[in-house]
Design a protein around this ligand. Structure first.
Ligand code: NOJ
Length: 762
């Protein structure tokens, strides 16, 4: 019996009217439209087939995690034929997807279609900026659009499920995966998480341009100790409830279809075997209706974590804790049937997982047509189409952050200048694609050299200067860079000496951030810093363009280099975006989503920290206050910071009332004027401090923001509402509370906003 090919009603009547036992397990509705259909299928399934739905295998072509056994494709094919596989990941392109789907649909007993997952993190083939860069835009509509483009291109190539967005808050730039997230702030992170889910999933999951999204990694992964990937996480309840969980909850509000758990221990319990997280919070308190996939092999990793004694116990613990699908540890398919027969896992647990998985397959329309994402023609016409290029270019420009522009070197004049362009990354067509670039073809990005060549009024000389990497980086890429060859320095200095302005593109290779790429130092890797200092000696008129997957330590550059631009890894259109920004055809508007530390020793350094009992006291000559004797407490650049080629002036902060009560609000207004000579966009940020509370609150918390574009000389009064939502927080039991008390509000262009006023809540 092939379920997809039978009209659903016929199938239903076949099942419902044969008096088959009512589903044993079903308690709550997942989707009223499909509940009864799903239950009908469930009744037809053997226990092995149910467990099969909970099994996800990697495809045969690409890996994104450690491979347990090489050459086991034959076993996988055999299990696929037996209906023991519910999903595959890393199967790309219509031809390959069709091939595996055909087996699931035509050769298994019930013909249940596979759901096909892939890490479409920031684009499929047309690559948009890394998510951290996109977050720097603070432009929720552009971010939603970028996810929409990624979904449409991936869906046309057979993919119907992405393992994105990653919504892990992180305060540690050493962690290579900060590039995948939205930075350090839970408020901005929640807004972006919501926008990304909406972008991927759209309003109708059955639309051929949309795919199911995954909120990952649930939970705490961004707090890996010492920024080392996969490391232990120990966080207090206040941080868990107020900082880590809110972006995840926002994705549930956006109706995200799946969650992925994480590799880390959270306070001693692996996230994968954590029923507090998965059952109590996610499926309980938040009433999440989708399913949870494990991270790659994370069920098996509970053994080295010292939590499960063997694979069988790991499967038992994970299933009972609420992990619905096993990504590549193969332990469900090996052990779950026996575990049910032995009474260690209830069949109702299996049924609940399978219902969730089948419901998402229904919602995607896979039961109407399992090949709905498999149209070679669409794949050809959609991939890389001009509208997608335009969208990622737009996103890339909005992601750039201007940190410094002291001698007004920027924007560059468009004619009559000699420009020296220096750095391997300037000509690099690969690094801008960043990590997690899905199927972005190697070397397919527009380089900065190419982007700048489009401006022909100046003379442009490119010199590499020094190598950053050698060979072809990939997953096995050795990130320790031992370049000792300085032979390119002289050519770089000669070019700089002859130039009016030197543009140096320095930073990280695209594979120096991302999964498994934690760094202990955050400087410019290799000999780049040395090259920068050498070039500076012959021509200090330098514009430093960073290409980076994370905040870097650039203390010398900040002290010496007049203009600094954060260019991240901006994707396929990187060079065009950067050239347009450098030449002023786009006025930079990005604001940092993560603090740039002064040095690694400050980390974690983040704006929304708590106050110590001995806060900063720089006037004192005694040492007994919370500080370092060899470094300031403040980061180099704070969260929310970013300049424009024009300037903005804030004035006239007003509150319509100094207090409010339940169900009321305070209106905050502030005037913003563009005092420069160019049109520009400012992101006006509102922060709140709760001065005393039953659980101490951070020194500032972002609670609202607005983006405004103003012409030169133009002014606007902006207005914000402060409500209970702006001042409440989670107590240490995870209960949302709003307490009476005194508060401060700050408004301005960064987390250092200086306009402030006080109000109270009664
Ligand atoms: C491991 C990563 O942690 C996760 O984010 C990713 O989705 C899976 N591998 C699949 O590639």
């Amino acid at each position: 019996m092939k379920l997809y090919s039978i009209p659903v009603l016929a199938l239903l009547s076949a099942v419902l009217f044969t008096g088959t036992a009512q589903s044993q397990t079903i308690k709550s509705s997942l989707n009223p439209k499909y509940d009864s259909k799903v239950d009908s299928i469930l009744r037809l399934m053997t226990l092995d087939e149910k467990v099969g739905q909970m099994n996800q295998y990697n495809g045969f072509w690409e890996v994104t995690g450690p491979v347990p056994k090489e050459g086991d494709a034959a076993i996988k094919y055999e299990q696929l034929r037996k209906g023991l596989v519910g999903s595959m990941l890393n199967v790309n392109g219509v031809e390959n997807v069709r091939a595996v789907q055909k087996i699931a649909v035509e050769e298994t007993r019930l013909g249940i279609p596979l759901i096909i997952g892939y890490d479409v993190v920031h684009g499929y083939k047309t690559i948009s900026p890394i998510p951290l860069a996109e977050a720097a835009s603070w432009d929720l509509e552009a971010i939603r659009k970028s996810a929409e483009v990624a979904a449409a291109e991936a869906a046309a190539a057979g993919i119907n499920w992405t393992f994105a967005p990653m919504v892990d808050i992180s305060r540690d730039a050493r962690w290579g995966r900060v590039m995948e997230g939205a930075g350090e702030d839970p408020y901005l992170g929640s807004k972006i998480a919501y926008a990304r889910v909406k972008g991927f999933q759209g309003d109708d999951l059955k639309d051929v341009n949309t795919i199911a999204a995954t909120a990952k990694h649930f939970a705490g992964y961004g707090f890996s100790e010492s920024g080392r990937d996969y490391n232990t996480v120990d966080v207090g309840t206040s941080t868990l409830y107020n900082d880590i969980l809110p972006p995840f909850e926002a994705t549930v509000e956006a109706d995200v279809k799946t969650f992925m758990n994480s590799f880390n221990l959270l306070n001693g319990i692996p996230a994968t075997g954590n029923s507090f997280l998965q059952r109590e919070i996610l499926k309980g308190k938040w009433a999440f209706k989708g399913f949870i996939v494990s991270d790659w092999g994370s069920i098996g990793e509970m053994i080295p974590h010292g939590f499960a004694k063997d694979g069988k116990q790991a499967a038992e613990l994970a299933a009972n804790a609420g992990s619905d699908m096993d990504m590549e540890s193969r332990l469900y398919v090996e052990h779950l049937t026996a575990l049910v027969n032995e009474g260690k896992v209830k069949e109702s647990v299996i049924d609940d997982a399978v219902r969730r998985i089948l419901t998402v397959k229904y919602e995607l329309g896979l039961f109407d047509d399992p090949y709905r994402y498999c149209d070679e023609n669409r794949e050809r016409t959609e991939t890389g189409k001009p509208a997608f290029q335009d969208a990622v270019l737009d996103m890339a420009k909005k992601s750039v952050v201007l940190l410094k522009n002291e001698k007004q070197l920027l924007p560059l004049k468009k004619s009559g200048m000699k420009i020296a362009l220096i750095g391997q990354l300037a000509a690099d067509k690969d690094s801008p694609l960043g990590s997690w670039r899905a199927l972005g073809a190697p070397n397919s990005a527009v380089s900065v050299v190419e982007g700048m060549k489009a401006y022909q009024g100046n003379s442009l000389e490119y010199v590499e200067g020094v190598k950053l990497t050698e060979g072809t980086p990939g997953f096995a890429f050795e990130t320790k860079i031992n370049i000792t060859d300085r032979s390119g320095f002289e050519a770089a200095k000669t070019a700089a000496r002859n130039a009016d302005v030197v543009v140096m593109v320095l930073g990280e290779h695209g594979f120096q951030s991302g999964e498994g790429r934690s760094r202990a130092e955050l400087d410019l890797p290799g000999l780049q810093q040395e090259l920068l200092e050498e070039v500076y000696k012959v021509n200090p008129n330098i514009v430093l363009v960073l290409m980076n997957g994370r905040p870097l330590v650039i203390d010398w550059a900040v002290a010496n280099i007049p203009s600094i631009v954060v260019g991240w890894h901006l994707g396929t259109q990187s060079g065009n975006a950067l050239a347009q920004v450098l030449y002023g055809d786009y006025n930079p508007s990005g604001k940092l989503p993560m603090s740039f530390p002064k040095n690694v020793g400050q980390i974690p350094v983040y704006y929304n920290h708590k106050s110590t009992g001995r806060p900063a006291n720089p006037g004192s000559d005694l040492v007994f206050w919370s500080h370092y004797i060899d470094s300031p407490n403040e980061p180099m650049y704070p969260f929310g910071y970013g300049l424009s080629y024009t300037s903005f002036e804030y004035s006239n902060l007003k509150l319509n009332s100094e207090s409010f009560a339940k169900d009321g609000s305070v209106t905050v207004t502030i005037d913003l004027k563009n005092t420069g000579s160019l049109t520009g966009k400012e992101t006006v940020q509102l922060y709140i401090r709760d001065l005393y509370a039953s659980v101490a609150r951070p020194v500032r918390e972002l609670k609202d923001f607005q983006q405004v574009e103003l012409k030169a000389g133009e002014s606007k009064t902006l207005s914000f509402q402060i409500t209970e939502k702006s001042i409440g927080f989670y107590d240490n039991e995870g209960k949302w509370i709003v307490e009476p008390g005194d508060f401060k509000v700050f408004v301005g262009g960064s987390s250092k906003a200086t306009f402030e006023a006080g109000f109270s809540f009664q």
